[in-house]
Design a protein around this ligand. Structure first.
Ligand code: NAD
Ligand code: IPM
Ligand code: MN
Length: 356
């Protein structure tokens, strides 16, 4: 089997620490786990940007396109770069640059103890968010005028194309169909954003009709937030736009034990050969950086999603089982009520994987 190259970007804050743990797991898979993997470390992030102005060079993008099967990204965001200039180039350079239109964020609680809702268990928290990843307010169309005057104007346009809306809704239904899910919810704000989100409503209805075996339900995003806290068990697949998907998946992370537990995949489902981008949902958490306290499980679960994408779905289940065992045996970091450092919690999971 020809080997698959994975580019690793640690990034900022806790990003390098959790990426190091992900790297050790990938190294184990390459050395003892029988997977033909090559790892390529990329020195990109705030430190590099502040040193020489580099953000996301064209030659790196080309090499990722030509040679890599996947990219693992830790996190970006550094208080020394308040405008996030480097992070935008790197993160959006990957998401937009490779047209990775589906940001797939599973929200699954791996232990009852992690669910913060009264009377709810892990069985109540098991859904997947399909976040549109190439449009919306993220495209940067807009501008400012009369800056720093009492009459200043600031505009960010919300871009929704038929093409973009349709393909993410199709991806959500296709996922439901292939994963035995029975219901897809579409969350928008069409009562207020009647131009942009009427398009979402119409396309959702149109695409949904092609999947008669799957129930479809519309929900306003504000009500969705309410229902997610009251009874998340009613959701299986949720499809929504870029911004709402960002917000709803942090709420989702709250239901599964915090941002230290949430993984994500950025992919282009219409092309199985396209490079994929894999990231924990969390950010760089500057106050935790360099202290060996960050929860590495989101990063390890993200490795699982990455390996599944590369064609090894059993490894995703194996990693998830090892993390579940760590939770059961309280081999966890402080955010989950444990006392282990980032390194020890991740090492415990890797040992468990090796034994399984
Ligand atoms: P954050 O995700 O970094 O942190 C939010 C909260 O979750 C904090 O309380 C933090 O301590 C906690 N947390 C996050 N990851 C954790 C982990 N692995 N273990 C334990 N606790 C964890 O979000 P923020 O504070 O809003 O943003 C910090 C920086 O990260 C900003 O610059 C933001 O733009 C950036 N960010 C980047 C990404 C990304 O690169 N994909 C994602 C989100 C935020
Ligand atoms: C995420 C992050 C990013 C986003 C930021 C860092 C731009 O919050 O991946 O969830 O909004 O997409
Ligand atoms: Mn986010």
């Amino acid at each position: 089997m020809s080997s698959k190259t994975i580019a690793l970007i640690g990034g900022d804050g806790i990003g390098p620490e959790v990426t190091h743990e992900a790297r050790l797991l990938l190294e184990w898979y390459g050395r003892e786990g029988g997977l033909p993997l090559e790892l390529w470390d990329l020195d990109l992030g705030a430190e590099r940007y502040l040193k020489d102005g580099t953000t996301f060079p064209e030659e790196v993008k080309k090499k990722i396109h030509d040679d890599c099967a996947a990219v693992f990204l830790g996190a970006l965001g550094d208080p020394r770069v308040p405008d996030m200039a480097h992070a935008r180039d790197i993160l959006f350079g990957l998401r937009f640059g490779f047209d990775l239109y589906a940001n797939i964020r599973p929200v699954r609680a791996l232990s009852d103890d992690l669910v913060p809702l009264k009377g709810k268990t892990k069985d109540d928290v098991d859904f997947v968010v399909f976040r549109e990843n190439t449009e919306g307010v993220y495209v940067g169309v807009g501008g400012q005028m009369r800056r720093n005057t009492p009459h200043e104007v600031a505009i960010n346009e919300d871009i929704n194309t038929r093409y973009g809306v349709e393909r993410i809704i199709v991806a959500a239904f296709e996922y439901a169909k292939s994963h035995g899910r029975k219901k897809v919810h579409m969350a928008d704000k069409s009562n207020a954003m009647r131009h942009a989100h009427e398009l979402w409503l119409r396309v959702f209805d149109e695409v949904g009709k092609r999947y008669p075996e799957i129930e479809r339900a519309h929900v306003y995003v504000d009500a969705l937030c309410l229902y997610l806290v009251q009874d998340p068990s009613q959701f299986e697949v949720i499809v929504t736009n870029n911004l709402f998907g960002d917000i709803v998946t942090d709420l989702g992370a709250g239901l599964q034990g915090g941002l230290g537990m949430a993984c994500s995949a950025n992919v282009h489902p219409a092309d199985p050969h396209r490079v994929g981008l894999f990231e924990p949902v969390h950010g760089s958490a500057p106050p935790l950086a360099g202290k060996n306290v960050a929860n590495p499980f989101a990063a390890l679960l993200t490795v699982g999603a990455l390996l599944s994408f590369l064609g090894w779905p059993d490894e995703e289940r194996r990693i998830e089982a090892a993390v579940t065992a760590a939770l059961a045996e309280k081999q966890v970091t402080k955010d989950l009520g444990g006392s282990l450092g980032t390194d020890a919690a991740a090492a415990w999971v890797r040992r468990r994987i090796a034994e399984s």
